[in-house]
Design a protein around this ligand. Sequence first.
Ligand SMILES: [Zn+2]
Length: 338
Amino acid sequence: MYALRLESPKTFRQVELPQSSAPAIGEALVRVHRVGICGTDISAYLGKMPFVTYPRILGHELGVEVVAVGDDVTHVRPGDRCSVEPYIDDPTSYASRRGRPNCCERLQVLGVHTDGGMRPAFLVPARKLHVARTLSYEQLALVETLAIGCHAVSRSGLAGDETCLIIGAGPIGLATLEFAKLTGAKTIVVDLSQQRLDFCRRQMHVEHVLQPSDRLESQLREIIGGNLPEVVIDATGNPQSMSAAFNLIAHGGRLVFVGLTGEEVRFRHSAFHKREGTLLCSRNALPGDFVRIIGLIEAGQIDTQPWITHRCDLDDLPNAMPSYLQPDTGVVKAVVEL
Ligand SMILES: [Zn+2]
């Protein structure tokens, strides 16, 4: 069985792996059908993802089929189509025991800390599988991306009568936008790329899209009727953008970092203090987010149609990857077919 492994930044290699053994207690053997490529994979490819070590088999956005399950596993069975919650936590950890396995102190994320899904089959804890009855494998591979946005919006506590500014309209920003819109809140999107902003306006029906400039604060006040947004969610992972975001929340507002940087983020404390601002990070997502999203797609409340813009198979990925780095190629989500 061949897997595609990232040996070091920008160097993929096909490696031969032994066949997976039969699933033990609590495990499932899954066959991988679709793998979504996201910012984490691109950062790992570029050597800029602080949590990744090499060599690493990437792939954490997965649409899989259950092949076999351990003796005690009852909630999934062979033939089931599933989304994988790729955050392998230690259930005995402090955070997991308090219902927060997404930020478990010993967390092993598939495709980041431990090998992921760019291989035909692998063993996974069965508790991490979320079954869908009607979703395609491609839709299942999108669930994890959407879950990141779902969790970020939950963290923000965004209410329907508030305004949410989303900075960065890559896949995580777009996923955040989906769930911000579901609350009924007014949404505003900022991104450098006019192409991405056009996508937000056309495909996601966002009324207000802006490019960052010195005038951003006054533009926001114009749109909101003098105020600034109660919630700002930064999905850029860019330290300059994250620093600037402290000055864009309303007094009493919340700032959520869903993007990730290995660098220092600086802010002027007095400016944040006078707002009595709340700063939150949003890491990964919760099991309930996966269940909710599968339900929302099945109910037609989230349209996955505009999301997948590029496809390739596993052999082609090393050649295709450099093109996915360019925002001007119009990539929203590339999906690898196995
Ligand atoms: Zn991802």
